[in-house]
Design a protein around this ligand. Structure first.
Ligand code: NAP
Length: 525
């Protein structure tokens, strides 16, 4: 594995001179080589200039060429082989099977977006031909399609070093939309980022695209990341991480002379509602399954179930007892970074110190550094509603069970929650009436409402919504997972009375691009 620690700017690899970043192996605490000297304004400037130069050419690439490019990115990532998995394991502490699965997901979503590009539905072509004879006023010729917003800044996430990072969902959807991408690599996995970044560079070269279609910058968020989002040539931002980081970038984007959209996925505690009949029928089984979801990947998922809500009684006691026993057996797992581990410890200490939260059980204590010890706590609904600290996200394997006096209190808790990525109903057929009362509240609060599953595990497909009201995301109108994510980076343009020679191919008479179109109110195949 040949890692150089260089910024990838267009077709070049450049050694920067800023403060170096080293990956830390979270399982051992060891600093890893090579150093990645942080970029400066000069590298941001160059990457943005190249991206801007590339934009007008790249956004007019044919559907087939752009789709084939995305497929080549996937092929090139797979061609890296085991080096990629080994480096990602060392930089993230995540196990091999998880990372192999994540690589499959990453390449799968690139290929899925290739299909989306080929379909051409995303162009959303609408044509209202001229009606010169219409009375009392003639109608002019109007034709609409979508184009990319412009170069997109993407911030790789720490918890998905492949699927939400350099060539992850944000990058795939922006490239599919015809937008060049400039990545701010996550400082936790620079080597993984370089390997994937070089794979994308190779695909850009292979398809003879303008070099500025892709650049990868290393450096601190507060310097390189902020400079990138402030650059006038950047027209949108994709981000996954903390609420503090996401809101800081939203502010920067809003304060620009030309404000731009920020699609930030941030904080969610993913409430699970245990409805009475389900609890009566299978309290112990639910308790065990819940801890399986809570402890998966050391709880470092944005969809981790950090909150359980139910009416108190012997059935809920049985659920808590079963969950507590399962937590006790949960092995400690290495967390992604020392910073995430410290934030987790501080969150759990807050629960332990609170006289409003009761500890049910802790998982096994780890021996090495950065080991996540799972935790389960309970609180009364009135205390939960009164105490903001109990409502905060603890990123990791700790959850809080909120005990409610009755259904009205369950509804009050649901109404009180911040915006969420998911809300889960554990329910039996006899719970339908209760579920029907909760559903309107959950629709307002969450991007995905599910029955009898667990929120961890996000399918990449057409119908998925991985979004939700603030602070789950900065823009609840969209999703960061699934094919609908492409719409974040598109905007409509209407062409009025343009001659055929000036119209883009998809809008010309005879439909030479062979895309689905709405013509005079009728769908044309
Ligand atoms: P983070 O601290 O928000 O960092 C994410 C990225 O944003 C990094 O590249 C970081 O740069 C950059 N950044 C952070 N603050 C910034 C600022 N003020 N201005 C510009 N860029 C900034 O997230 P993290 O390191 O991945 O994890 C920290 C916490 O985020 C976790 O404990 C958890 O609470 C939350 N998190 C949530 C999710 C989710 O899916 N919702 C996923 C991961 C983490 P640097 O390279 O300088 O750090």
């Amino acid at each position: 594995m040949n890692l150089e620690g260089k910024q990838l700017i267009g077709a070049d690899a450049v050694l920067a001179t800023g403060r170096p970043i080293h990956a830390i192996n979270p399982a051992t605490g060891e600093q890893m080589e090579p150093a990645y000297p942080g970029g400066s304004n000069a590298e941001v400037e160059r990457a943005c200039e190249l991206a801007w130069q590339a934009f007008d050419v790249y956004r007019e690439t044919g559907l087939e060429q752009r789709a084939a490019f995305l497929e080549s990115v996937a092929d090139e990532i797979e061609a890296i082989g085991d080096d990629l998995i080994e480096r990602a394991m060392a930089e993230s502490g995540l196990p091999r099977a998880r990372l192999e699965g994540e690589r499959g997901r990453t390449c799968g979503q690139l290929r899925l977006f290739a299909r989306v590009v080929r379909d051409g539905e995303w162009l959303d072509v609408r044509i209202d031909p001229a009606l010169p004879e219409r009375q009392p006023m003639p109608r002019v010729d109007l034709r609409q399609r979508h184009i990319g917003l412009g170069p997109v800044a993407v911030f790789g996430a720490s918890n998905f070093p492949l699927a939400f990072s350099v060539a992850g969902g944000d990058t795939a959807s922006a490239l599919a939309a015809g937008c060049p991408v400039v990545i701010k690599a996550h400082s936790a996995h620079p080597g993984t980022s370089e390997l994937v970044g070089r794979a994308v560079q190779r695909a850009v070269h292979k398809h003879e695209l303008p070099e500025g279609v892709f650049s990868l910058l290393f450096g601190s968020g507060r310097e390189v990341g902020q400079a990138l989002v402030a650059d006038p040539r950047i027209k949108a931002v994709g981000f996954t991480g903390s609420r503090a980081g996401g809101t800081a970038l939203m502010k920067t984007a809003q304060n620009r002379p030309e404000p731009i959209p920020v699609y930030a996925e941030m904080s969610s505690i993913n409430p699970v509602f245990l409805l009475p009949e389900a609890l009566k029928a299978r309290s112990a089984a639910l308790g065990e399954a819940f801890i399986g979801s809570l402890t998966m990947g050391a709880g470092q998922f944005c969809t981790n179930p950090g909150l359980v809500i139910a009416i108190e009684g012997p059935e809920l006691d049985a659920f808590v007892a079963a969950a507590g026993e399962t937590v006790k057996g949960a092995a400690a797992q290495t967390m992604l970074t020392p910073g995430i581990f410290e934030a987790y410890e501080s969150g759990v200490s807050g629960f332990s110190a609170s006289d409003k939260a009761t500890e049910v059980a802790r998982g096994q204590r780890g021996e090495g550094p950065n080991q996540c010890q799972a935790g389960l706590f309970t609180a009364q609904a009135a205390d939960f509603l009164a105490d903001e600290a109990l409502q905060a996200e603890i990123f990791g394997s700790t959850s809080l069970v909120v005990k409610c006096a009755d259904l009205d209190e369950v509804k009050r808790v649901a109404e009180h929650l911040e915006g969420q990525l998911t809300a889960t109903l554990q329910m039996d057929d006899a719970d339908v009436d209760v579920a029907r009362q909760l559903l309107p509240i959950l629709e307002r609060r969450a991007g995905r409402v599910m029955a009898n599953g667990w929120p961890t595990g996000v399918e990449v497909c057409d119908a998925m919504v991985h979004g939700g009201p603030y602070p789950a995301t900065s823009d609840s109108r969209t999703t960061s997972v699934g094919t609908a994510a492409i719409h974040r980076f598109l905007r409509p343009v209407c062409y009025q009375s343009l001659p055929q020679a000036l119209l883009p191919e998809a809008l010309r008479d005879g439909n030479p691009a062979r895309v689905s179109r709405l013509v005079d109110g009728k769908r044309e195949a």
